[in-house]
Design a protein around this ligand. Structure first.
Ligand code: K1U
Ligand code: ZN
Length: 172
């Protein structure tokens, strides 16, 4: 397994809608394993393939709180099948593609996600708490949506301008 570079704002690839995975093969599973290593290295609790420059509908997560018992998850072509519209949950979210930025976001507290597992079999995952939040964050990435989209236009533009300036300075 090898850790991959994570793309950051304002890379335009982060705004692309990722393509469905057609075939679950060894190459895709190697990408998932490299993404898990990248996520653990960062460290983070989730990662979408587009964040390592591959716009495919593939995400990895590990929301286990005990570092000694990792629970890596690989979800291929994940989609939200059900939302409990009644209950919401607040969480201060970070994003590995927007370093040093955090934002309190309210999302549905309870969802059911459909996906293909590493064997290409369809599965359903009921999720609550941090797992529900992280799944929604990662599925947003697959649709080109970022946590700054929960800000007003004005505040979002300020953040984007800051990251554009940092990118200019880094390449000068
Ligand atoms: O997709 C990403 O950018 C990764 C992101 C996922 C996420 C974080 C918080 C709420 C929802 C989704 C991260 O993992 S940011 C880093 C982070 O939250 C964290 C890092 C170390 C320990 C615990 C959390
Ligand atoms: Zn993110």
């Amino acid at each position: 397994m090898s850790a991959l570079p994570i793309i950051t704002l304002p890379d335009p690839l982060l705004r692309k809608v990722s393509k469905p995975v057609e075939t679950v093969d060894a190459e895709l599973l190697k990408l998932a394993d490299d993404m898990l290593e990248t996520m653990y290295d960062a460290p983070g609790i989730g990662l979408a393939a587009v964040q390592v420059g591959v716009p495919k509908r593939l995400i990895v997560l590990d929301v286990s709180e005990d570092d000694d018992t990792p629970r890596p998850m690989t979800l291929i072509n994940p989609e939200v099948l059900k939302i409990d519209g009644e209950r919401t949950r607040m969480h201060e979210e970070g994003c590995l593609s927007i370093p040093d930025f955090r934002l309190e976001i309210e999302r549905p507290a309870s969802i059911v996600v459909g996906y293909l597992d590493r064997e290409g079999k369809p599965q359903e995952l009921p999720a609550e708490g941090l797992l529900a939040t992280a799944l929604q964050h990662e599925i947003d990435h697959l649709n080109g949506k970022l946590i700054i989209d929960f800000l007003s236009r004005l505040k979002r533009d300020i953040v984007v301008r800051k990251f554009k300036k940092m990118a200019r300075e880094a390449s000068a």
